[in-house]
Design a binder for this molecule. Structure first.
Ligand code: DGY
Length: 320
């Protein structure tokens, strides 16, 4: 059977595929495949490992009728039309759980870096501005005993909440459709309505999947309901916040700071004014960029792919 892999993946995953005797084509060039190249490879494949943000929809499945499985090297699946995949009989796999700690760690890092203006102070040194000591300049904000609000408390949000509780004794509130019993029992987390989450969070961290309901949800209206002292952290998807509104909210002091691992669009343009704001920390979507995590993601993606090719249930399958 033929397998196409859209980006070079860790050997740990590749080895599993090789053991199965699959005919593997891996795209190793350090540039985005054109749409024509992508389709050309996928058309003849029985399964693909898809990394990156390329959309796969009904038109794609029509053109690639050989496909049995699309195995994502990500937890996020907002670039896949799951309904169209189901209709086409193509199984979709993703990589949850194995990346929860690393992604939460990135959110935690952005929270601390933003609270202490770490990226700004780092730049000051490079700009030759480490000069006269000013006791009242460049001050951050303390996180001890503050309230962490989680939008979308799944496994990643739970890890973030654990870190914040352990390190800073933060109170945890969250907004979800259902209750997260583990977070409530272990951390005393409280489920609250969306407006309460906005009003009470000192740090609001987004850990939800991007979907039609939350697209652009964090906009001028929502930022206006947050504390002026609040930090907004997003390591989920850039589409969940409105970047122009976020910039205005930061400029006007509607909220205090922001830490982003995800932007809209990606990559972020190097001239984006958010990059030069004192209270903003931005990373280039590196939430899972740890060797151990990427190895585990590659293994899970390979296992999903192999199961899909055999017509078996995937270890982590996305369903409607
Ligand atoms: C994920 O796993 O969804 C990460 O954001 C990488 O895309």
């Amino acid at each position: 059977m033929k397998v196409f892999i859209t980006r070079k993946i860790p050997q740990a995953g590749l080895a599993l595929l090789e053991k199965e005797g699959l005919e593997i084509t891996q795209w190793e060039e350090k540039r985005e495949l054109t749409e024509a190249e992508f389709i050309e490879h996928c058309k003849v494949a029985d399964g693909i490992i898809l990394s990156g943000r390329r959309m796969v929809n009904a038109a794609f499945f029509e053109q690639c009728s050989h496909l049995k499985v699309v195995s994502l090297l990500s937890i996020g699946y907002d670039n896949v039309d799951i309904e169209a995949a189901t209709k086409a009989g193509v199984a979709i796999g993703n990589t949850p759980d194995v990346l929860s700690k690393s992604t939460a760690e990135t959110a935690f890092l952005l929270m601390v870096a933003t609270a202490r203006k770490a990226f700004y102070h780092h730049k000051r040194i490079g700009n030759g501005q480490w000069g006269f000591f000013e006791p009242t300049a460049g001050l951050g904000t303390s996180l001890f005993g503050k309230t962490l609000g989680i939008f979308g408390l799944g496994n990643i949000g739970l890890e973030m909440a654990r870190m914040c509780k352990g390190a800073y004794g933060m109170d945890v509130i969250y907004h979800n459709r259902g209750h997260n019993e583990k977070a409530e029992q272990e951390l005393g987390a409280r489920r609250v309505g969306f407006d309460t989450l906005l009003a009470q969070s000192d740090v609001l961290s987004v850990h939800a999947n991007l979907n039609d309901e939350n697209k652009g949800l964090f906009d001028a209206g929502t930022f206006a309901k947050m504390k002026n002292s609040a930090l907004f952290i997003n390591t989920a998807r850039g589409g969940i916040h409105n970047e122009a509104h976020l910039k205005t909210a930061l400029e006007n002091g509607t909220i205090w700071g922001a830490g982003l691992d995800v932007t809209n669009p990606e990559p972020m343009d190097k001239s984006n004014p958010l990059l030069n704001m004192e209270n903003v920390s931005i990373l280039p979507h590196i939430g899972t960029a740890v060797k151990e995590t990427r190895d585990a993601m590659a293994v899970l993606a390979a296992q999903n792919l192999i199961a899909g090719l055999k017509g078996e249930e995937l270890r982590a399958q996305v369903t409607l």
